[in-house]
Design a binder for this molecule. Structure first.
Ligand SMILES: N[C@@H](CCC(=O)N[C@@H](CS)C(=O)NCC(=O)O)C(=O)O
Length: 248
């Protein structure tokens, strides 16, 4: 309960960026790759922009002390700095959160950077404040077993229920496909169970329909682990599962 309250404060401090989708541009054919630290405020800004641009991305967690992806990130990019984006569609790789955000809006948005994303320094400050209240969660590595196949997570960046899940995935260095399902229509703001069951709500987005088919309701977090066949939708159950299954 306390953790949820802190996650909600964290989302409020970051102005609930990463909640709704904005105007979208061209869609990438191949998924983007992000070398990321969940607890890093600069990585968070990039993930917020990815939710708003409805971009799915492969996350390679690189917590401090990490042993799984840090070295490959340094080998490919040359620096030990996160976030680090690779876009296989345009053969582009980028450091610096602000450059990445500008790039994403340029190619996968409508071209212009929305006003709220032009406030570079206040956005960074609010993101730092939001990370501080998580007390270092999602920042440091803990020993884990490596899954053979990539896990999948349905999420949107500001959702306080998803935050602890992404923190565990990062600490355990579990790579995953992040399906961003930000709010993209008015109905998305209703309580999921009421909306989907009473209104027989049909989302206009394919990945939402996949989520509804699999879980019975469009609600995040939703974790799919193809290694064990486990699919879970409750934040606490997912965190417990990840620890039991992958922590050493
Ligand atoms: N100016 C960079 C700052 C990025 C940054 O400082 N990232 C930290 C994590 S929050 C980092 O990569 N530290 C090196 C490390 O973790 O080894 C940006 O905006 O992307």
């Amino acid at each position: 309960m306390l953790s949820l309250a802190r996650a909600t404060i964290a989302s409020t401090l970051s102005m609930w960026r990463g909640t709704a989708t904005t105007q979208l541009g061209e869609r990438p054919q191949k998924r983007l790759h992000l070398y990321d630290i969940e607890g890093c405020p600069y990585c968070k800004l990039v993930r917020e922009a990815m939710t708003e641009l409805d971009l799915d991305v492969v996350i390679y967690p690189c917590p401090k002390g990490g042993v799984r992806f840090r070295n490959s990130a340094i080998k490919i990019g040359g620096q030990e700095q996160f976030p680090y984006l690779i876009d296989p569609n345009r053969a582009v790789s980028l450091y610096e959160s602000n450059d990445i955000i500008q790039y994403l809006f340029r190619y996968y948005g409508k071209g212009d950077i929305p006003k709220r994303w032009q406030r570079r320094y206040s956005n960074a400050l609010s993101s730092i404040a939001s990370s501080v209240v998580r007390f270092g969660a999602g920042m440091y590595h803990r020993p884990s077993k490596s899954p053979a196949m990539m896990l999948e997570l349905y999420s949107f960046e500001s959702n306080p229920f998803v935050k602890p899940v992404r923190e565990r995935l990062c600490e355990l260095e579990i790579p995953y496909i992040l399906h961003n399902v930000g709010r993209n229509q008015v109905f998305d703001y209703l309580i999921p169970v009421v909306r989907d069951r009473i209104f027989s709500f049909n989302s206009n987005r394919e990945k939402n329909r996949t989520l509804a088919n699999n879980s019975g309701v469009i609600m995040t977090p939703y974790l799919v682990d193809p290694n064990t066949g486990v699919e879970l939708s409750d934040s606490e159950s997912i965190c417990n599962y990840l620890i039991q299954q992958y922590a050493v």
